[in-house]
Design a binder for this molecule. Sequence first.
Ligand code: GAP
Length: 477
Amino acid sequence: MASQTSLDAILSLSKRKGFVYQSSEIYGGLNGCWDFGPLGVELLRNIKDAWWKAMTYRTDIVGIDSSILMHPRVWEASGHLQQFSDPMIDNKTSKARHRADNLIEEYAARLRTKGKTDQANIVETALQAATSNEDLHAIIVTHAIPDPVSGTTDWTEVRNFNLMFKTYVGPVEDVSNTVYLRPETAQGIFVNFKNVMDSSRMKPPFGIAQIGKSFRNEINTKNFLFRTREFEQMEMQFFVKPGTEGEWFEYWRQARWDWYVNELGIHPTHMHRKPHEKLAHYAAAAEDIEYLFPFGWGEVEGIHSRTDFDLGKHQEFSGKKLEYVDTVSKDRYTPFVIETAIGATRTFLAVLCDAYAEEEVPTADGGVETRAVMRLKPSLAPVTAAVLPLVNKDGMPEAAESIMRNLQRSFRVEYDTSGAIGRRYRRQDEVGTPFCVTVDGQTTSDSTVTLRERDSMQQIRIHTDALTEEIRRRLDV
Ligand code: GAP
């Protein structure tokens, strides 16, 4: 797993190898936005496919793809217009704007590093007890917390700053035309609950899954892909009969944990579950799955038992019934919801961090060298196999090209002829390619090649006719 210092290594490798670039880099970049390059887009797609498969290759969940722009009333009903905000404070001298709770947390951390443990404890206890913007302001003033930019304590009041991006539909930019870029994909599912139930003949317990972009005007974007302003979510809302939500919550918290271990290959000791200490007023239970990033533990997914809050609110605001009616028993109810909400792009970062390793390996001349290797689960790797002709003559390129075309019917394949074979292996190791197929002098006479496995670096000799099946077999493991 990646250490703290290697987040920088991952960032630089991401750019160098085409996983992730800074958005609009030639114009100096746009904070909180990133672009996925040729390898990154494949890895992200594979992660999303793994989720889609786990969620929708079953009879009780269907998928949708709802629009990013939605009727503004959706956000009134969901509470986002009123509550989806962070408490912000401005420094009058520097004009810097900070999240008030972060400012206090960081101040306490600084006290702790200076050995002022008692004082740090007092500040942290006050923060935990704070329930309003006034409380946060009082802590900042009482402890004379200085602005990290200007060093002054010249603060405004603490005000709420809504995280939704606003825009307008049509040519007139006025209040009546205001719409928002969705801050979560979930609401697209709630408002389509009845459409899906009616058109797909689904009945509770059943789920609706969606993958799509979400947007939040985060104040602090940090740690690469961890907190960005534009990101992708994979959310699933599971609609159940009231009274059964407890067992379904248990089912999903286990199913989601298993997915990280079995389908993403994340090491279980690098994850933990974190039950929410403070539950939202509508939530019956909530738990996060956290990953140990190089910068510390961070949430990758939330599993929430949300009662009938969301469907209830949309019934109230739209005036439309969002109930299930059992045609036989005439049983009628508004389903309760278990939500599994995961960030695809944040999970991408977790997968990269978990896979990245630097290790000492023996060289052909008996020495040792350091190799960077991305130990991605083979099925997630952006490139499944690299075909490498040993030299660029003696019929080897022709044989290699024919093998490549054959493999390309089933897998993403790269072809590389440049440099010594050892260097070519390293290049593939670094981007996580699980298999290298080397074409040598023997290939042209007996149609065999060497198949090298990335992690063990072990090689077997195999007939080209058996290659596709062998790779497929190893991918399924
Ligand atoms: N519908 C519930 C919901 O959206 P959330 O905890 O706010 O819950 C779910 O978001 C997941 O989306 C998070 O666990 C995280 O993986 C991802 N996510 C949220 N904000 C993000 C951001 N600014 N950048 C990247 N990923 C984010």
